[in-house]
Design a protein around this ligand. Structure first.
Ligand code: DMJ
Length: 933
């Protein structure tokens, strides 16, 4: 019986309304494994190979955990590039992401139950002793309630669950006396003051020592929280109550869930991303299954599994129905507005939604799970990892990837449900990519930019809590795990809670099922799941046949915004005008604009302003089209602004012992060799003298034929470049003189010229912030000979690199003689590049939400006149692109780097008015909605 995915469960009969005691069996019904029978499709993987891959996962875990314990513990997290611990307050703040760090050895606690799953019982015993000996939960530090709950409370409870299991087996943990549970209880009480609101929704943050609202607490003034933040507590809190008998925790978590349920938008049955914790008003009315909402849905279904309370399943099914009706646009999952759910809220998806196929498996809805998973896999194959956000036409929207486990999680669940060896191959690819691109000598580093392969000095604790668990379990047979995984449920952080809790200390749920559900028509509620034990063996090609049409969905995709809109016009009606096709000189387009209530204002300075008034639209459908058009225009503008900016470059350390595994994010220069157009430059590094490079070098023999390191400051970048070039350097790296600066916390920029002609500068120049620069300087101190590769994208770190020959000097001289980019005549020294963090939605406490372009874009309609797309056909309705479409799409991807001269930005239209009008329209819709109610 489990949600974890095993072979017991129901037979072919379909259970109706499972009685309380059968709740786990009902859940198991959705997850009966079909691993045994596989006769067609992807080739079966032999037991030997699965074992080999399992062992590889163990080795990778040892590398991550071992380096954390050796170099970071007792700090919360490992910084794998600088090989030290991340201690809050001692590193530049990263904003909300740091709220997970409570000086409580986060990674150790988050890793506890992973150790047992991976059969490292001895290490588990040691780790538990360390937690009991070293961890202090009473620090004067403000932490996220959500993160502390899922990672620390969940970690302690998962550790406790497996500690008592081991103790009962009689070999390990014989000394254990519920100490982890006592710590969990202590932490639970520390979190409770956060719930002191009239709504019962918790404050997003709390001070572990001082609680909330007191001056010393430095928190408690927040008004908003994300839905997932308030709705992802029930598993841990209920487990704590049921383990200890202290009912208060489960009561508080239930109350918060009840409130969210009450506040759902009644006509769409969707919830928004953020909510006011005092009034219950939706602050952000967009709704999806990713950042900000994700685990709220997950916990409704899993609360039903763990606690056996039908009301949770009723709520989940109601929401699920709405999700499938509005958000699911297979294979995509697109955010919509809660009041107007036929209106998409954006044209990109975030990486957190990758957990959803796994949840769909648990629900028993396999087909869309297979579809979305396949789409995500295609994106991964294109970029090696899932970027934090990607557009509906699968371009990178936010290039970061902090080693998130959601896709591995869904892969595991899909394998358990289908038994299709295809999913083992997917897992193998994940392992290969992690080793090839994220592994560094001191752990695994998050990807700063999946396009360049550059790293961030960050290894989040969830990487150990979740990634290794799901990957190991994917390849493991039942006998490879020392306990029955099917007796447990995974929390959102993949901590294990025993299903027997459903029948322990049930008093809370009996006395306190707070909402009255008689109002709901539950005749459509899905109480059953398809029997996969019958489905897959009977049709082994089932999953493959669903995947097949999606095989090329990413490669062959046309730029498309909102599929549903296009589909609705297949019937023969004219498709609505898309922002990308709009031409201000086309009378037909102007007519359509008018119909949509959009007016065009020609400003004196030649710019064109678009304003929409929904009430001026010909019909409500036209008004909706108008809103969508405006939104697309804003996103298009924002996208084009981004494309104007030079993307970051990479400095890759290729010599021993790095062998290309450390990739540093570097800023480009507007002069010198353009690395995006030419082959990379490779060479040993040498510090210039004087170090600032502002006068003729006194050590030309040291830098001759090498890449010179120069400190920022005291003269123009171009002057430094000339001085090192004159001394014979083949490239230069300028290192920031602001101590502690880092590309993790500061926006990258381009080094501009000096206002003079810079054609004479032939060598490539890159800029590193101080932290990244010191990684190279430290390497020189330790290894003397340090070789680096300057490029626009890190070179693959395959094993060959370790034995790779030195590049010939011929290569380098070719690089140097290459064509130069047009020098900038700007007087400015720096051109800021957008930092995704700056525009983050902040909808998840770890600020993992992608940028919200809605608030950061500008629109210039007149630019559309010069849009090269005006001369070719628009995207055809059957989803095929014209060649030119494809070319243009490719072009726009490859030219992102090399075409900084797109003049979009010249005619920027003040966006405030558009946004204000847009908001007005939304408000108007809301009013309409209220009236309807
Ligand atoms: C994890 O901490 C949890 O899975 C959470 O629900 C979402 N984000 C991270 C991993 O990406």
């Amino acid at each position: 019986m489990s949600e974890a995915g095993g072979g017991r469960g129901c037979g072919s009969s379909v259970p109706q309304r499972a009685p309380w005691s059968l709740v786990a069996a009902t859940a198991a019904f959705c997850l009966v494994s079909a691993t045994s029978v596989w006769t067609a499709g992807a080739a079966p993987m032999s037991r030997e190979e699965r074992q080999k891959l399992g062992n590889q996962v163990l080795e990778m875990f040892d590398h991550a955990y071992g380096n954390y314990m050796e170099h970071a513990y007792p700090a919360d997290e490992l910084m794998p590039l600088t090989c030290r611990g991340r201690v809050r307050g001692q590193e530049p703040s990263r904003g909300d992401v740091d709220d997970a760090l409570g000086k409580f050895s986060l990674t150790l606690i988050d890793s506890l139950d992973t150790l047992v799953v991976l059969n490292k019982t001895k290490e588990f015993e040691d780790a538990v002793r360390k937690v009991l000996r070293d961890v202090n939960l009473d620090n004067d530090v403000v932490v996220s309630v959500f993160e502390t709950n899922i990672r620390v409370l969940g970690g302690l409870l998962g550790g406790h669950s497996l500690a008592i299991m081991l103790k009962e087996k009689g070999e390990y943990m014989q000394w254990y006396n519920d100490e982890l549970l006592q710590m969990a209880k202590q932490l639970g009480y520390k979190l409770l003051p956060a719930f002191n609101t009239t709504s019962g929704l918790p404050y997003p943050r709390i001070n572990l020592k001082f609680g909330i609202r007191k001056p010393e607490a430095r928190t408690g003034t927040e008004t908003d929280t994300c839905t997932a933040c308030a709705g992802t507590l029930i598993l841990e809190f209920a487990a704590l109550s049921r383990f200890t008998g202290a009912t208060i925790f489960e009561e508080y978590a239930r109350k918060a869930l009840d409130f969210l349920w009450e506040k759902r938008q009644r006509s769409s049955n969707l919830v928004g991303v953020t909510i006011n914790i005092h009034t219950g008003d939706w602050v952000r009315k967009d709704s999806g299954v990713g950042a900000g909402i994700d685990s709220y849905y997950e916990y409704l279904l899993k609360a039903y599994v763990l606690l056996g309370d039908d009301s949770f399943l009723e709520r989940f099914n109601t929401h699920y129905d709405a999700i499938m009706r509005y958000i699911s646009q297979p294979p995509l999952l697109l955010d919509v507005h809660i009041h107007k759910p036929m209106l998409n809220a954006r044209t990109w998806m975030d990486a957190l939604l990758a957990f959803f196929p796994g949840l769909q498996v648990l629900k028993g809805d396999i087909r869309p799970a297979i579809e979305t998973h396949e789409m995500l896999y295609q994106v991964i194959k294109k970029h090696n990892f899932l970027p934090e956000a990607f557009t509906t036409d699968f371009r990178v929207h936010w290039a970061q990837h902090p080693l998130r486990p959601e896709f591995a999680e869904s892969t595991y669940f899909l394998y358990k449900a289908t038994g299709d060896p295809y999913y083992l191959e997917v897992g193998k690819t994940l392992i290969e990519n992690l080793n090839k691109y994220a592994r560094v000598p001191c752990g695994f580093a998050a990807m700063k930019d999946v396009r360049t392969g550059s790293h961030e000095d960050r290894m989040d604790s969830f990487f150990l809590a979740e990634m290794f668990k799901y990957l190991y379990l994917l390849f493991a047979d039942k006998e490879d795990i020392i306990f029955d995984i099917e007796d447990y449920i995974f929390t959102t952080e993949a901590h294990l809670l025993p299903l027997w809790l459903s029948t322990t200390n049930q008093s809370i749920s009996k006395k306190n099922t707070t909402s009255d559900y008689t109002e709901l028509d539950d005749s459509n509620f899905d109480w059953t799941c398809p029997n996969t034990q019958i489905l897959f063996p009977n049709d082994p090609l089932y999953a493959q046949s669903i995947r097949e049409p999606l095989k090329n969905v990413v490669d062959k995709s046309c730029p498309r915004g909102i599929i549903r809109v296009e589909e609705s016009f297949r019937s023969g009606a004219k498709p609505p005008l898309r922002a990308r096709d709009f031409m201000a000189t086309n009378p037909e387009h102007l007519e359509i604009l008018k119909k949509m209530g959009v007016s065009l204002i020609h400003l004196k300075d030649g710019r064109v302003q678009l304003v929409q008034h929904a009430i001026q639209a010909a019909s409500s459908i036209d008004a909706e089209d108008g809103l969508r058009f405006m939104q697309e225009m804003i996103e298009l503008s924002s996208q084009q602004q981004k494309e104007q900016q030079l993307p970051p470059r990479a400095v890759q350390i290729v010599s021993h012992p790095f062998f290309g595994r450390v990739v540093l994010t570097a800023g480009p220069a507007q002069f010198g060799l353009d690395l995006s157009k030419h082959k990379e430059t490779r060479g040993f590094v040498a510090s210039s003298k004087p170090y600032n490079g502002c006068s003729e070098l006194t050590n030309p023999e040291a830098v001759m034929g090498k890449i010179a390191l120069i400190q920022r400051g005291q003269c123009m970048f171009a002057e430094k470049a000339r001085n090192i070039q004159n001394a014979g350097a083949i490239g230069g790296i300028v290192i920031d003189d602001n101590e502690g600066s880092s590309s993790d916390t500061a926006p990258l920029f381009q080094m501009a010229g000096d206002g003079k002609e810079t054609d004479d500068i032939k060598i490539p120049m890159l800029f590193l912030f101080s932290k990244e620069g010191s990684i190279i300087l430290d390497a020189i101190r330790e290894y003397e000979e340090v070789e680096v590769l300057l490029s626009d994208k890190a070179k693959d770190r395959d094993p060959d690199m370790e034995s790779e020959e030195q590049p010939s000097s011929e290569n380098n001289s070719q690089d140097q003689s290459a064509e130069q980019i047009t020098p900038s005549s700007q007087e400015v020294d720096l051109v800021d590049q957008e930092s995704p963090e700056e525009s983050s939605l902040n909808s998840e406490p770890e600020s993992s939400s992608p940028a919200d372009t809605d608030n950061a874009a500008s629109v210039s309609a007149s630019e559309q006149n010069s849009n090269p797309m005006e001369n070719h056909e628009t995207t055809s309705l059957d989803g095929e692109c014209t060649d030119l479409d494809n070319q243009l799409q490719e072009q726009s991807e490859t030219e992102e780097d090399s075409n900084p001269n797109v003049s979009w930005g010249k005619k920027v239209q003040p966006i405030d008015s558009i946004l204000a009008d847009w908001n007005e329209d939304i408000e108007a819709f809301e009013m309409m909605e209220k009236d309807e109610l």
